[in-house]
Design a binder for this molecule. Structure first.
Ligand code: ADP
Ligand code: MG
Length: 213
């Protein structure tokens, strides 16, 4: 299936054509329309199946198409369990925002806290982060999440395994309002911890599960 059949904005479809992608992967085909429809989502599919664009494309779409209700707060936060994974997500985001007036920042543990605080003060629309460091910035008042429209937990199962539930809850609470959409991606759907955590964060989520052949 082609990206243009998924309800994506023409500009985003063109970006995918430029990257030379022939069509959307299975998880992208199933997740993108659900997210565009505004639903919360709990999704699983194997590594390498294209989950990053399954959430970044509809997140971009929301930012492009809908007027922000806060000019200062980030509109989309993506949390990933490790520095390496967050960097990869940021790389894919850069591919989508290049040449536009949209900004993203990468907030990783182990890097200069003050520099990150300055980057957050420039009001980026997208924040890609590891949970511990983002929770630190929240505690220090370096960002607010009252205007957050999409909270995305990538590899939620691994973040919970790594003991980030307290930080994830703090981030969720700071961004807790009616307009927020929440997406959770996980390696498996039968993970009890993920399901229990999802029940707190997600509101009547759609479930998309692509099993490995
Ligand atoms: P996952 O998070 O499911 O492990 P990624 O989002 O990291 O997978 O994607 C894996 C690779 O597949 C990346 O290099 C990405 O650029 C590529 N990719 C994503 N979507 C497509 C697509 N529709 N067609 C071809 N390649 C894709
Ligand atoms: Mg991934």
């Amino acid at each position: 299936m082609q990206f243009k059949e998924l309800g994506l904005d023409k500009r985003l479809v063109e970006r995918m054509d430029h990257q030379g992608f022939q069509g959307a992967t299975e998880i992208q085909q199933q997740a993108i329309p659900v997210v565009i429809a505004g639903k919360d989502l709990l999704a699983s599919s194997k590594t390498g199946s294209g989950k990053t664009l399954a959430y970044l494309l509809p997140a971009m779409q929301r930012v492009i198409k809908q007027k922000a209700f806060s000019k200062r707060d980030p509109r989309v936060v993506v949390l990933a369990p490790t520095r390496e994974l967050a960097k990869q997500v940021y790389g894919q985001l850069r591919g989508l925002t290049a040449g536009s007036n949209l900004k993203g920042v990468l907030i990783l543990g182990g890097e200069d806290f003050n520099l990150q605080s300055k980057a957050l003060a420039k009001d980026p629309q997208f924040v890609i982060a590891t949970p511990g460091r983002l929770a630190d910035h929240l505690e220090h008042g370096h960002l607010e999440l009252k205007g957050l429209e999409m909270l995305i937990l990538d590899e939620a199962d691994r973040m919970l395994d790594l003991g980030f539930s307290k930080q994830l809850t703090a981030i969720h609470k700071a961004a807790d309002h009616r307009r927020r959409q929440t997406l959770m991606f996980s390696a498996t759907m039968d993970n009890a911890v993920v399901n229990e955590f999802g029940a707190d964060l997600l509101s009547a989520p759609a479930r998309v599960r692509i099993d490995a052949e």
